[in-house]
Design a protein. Structure first.
Length: 103
């Protein structure tokens, strides 16, 4: 059994320092494959959305940066959901995010 507060803290630190790597909280819980999937998913979502924002900026001569800026909240919200899910799993409750790999 892992401490839920510590699991959430590790996930939050991963999200803040690791550019959205909240999935390391799953690794703390022993779910390494799930952690890797969610770290890579966080990074991919960040880079895809940044690409959309940058293309929008180029196409609209700078206006796209402002209209697409709210999209940058998507990876942030995704990582907050991961932190909460790690907390729930550490408490032994049902996870809200799917386990995309069979452990």
């Amino acid at each position: 059994d892992k401490e839920p507060g510590m699991a959430a803290a590790i996930a939050l630190i991963g999200a803040l320092i690791g550019m959205g790597a909240a999935g390391i909280g799953y690794m703390y819980l022993g779910k390494v494959k799930k952690g890797i999937v969610y770290v890579v998913g966080s990074w991919l979502s960040y880079f895809v959305i940044m690409g959309i924002v940058m293309i929008g900026q180029l196409v609209t001569f700078g206006f796209g940066f402002f209209c697409c800026m709210p999209l940058l909240l998507v990876p942030f919200i995704f990582n907050i959901v991961i932190v909460y899910d790690v907390y729930l799993e550490a408490k032994g409750e049902k996870a809200i995010l799917p386990d995309l790999v069979n452990e």
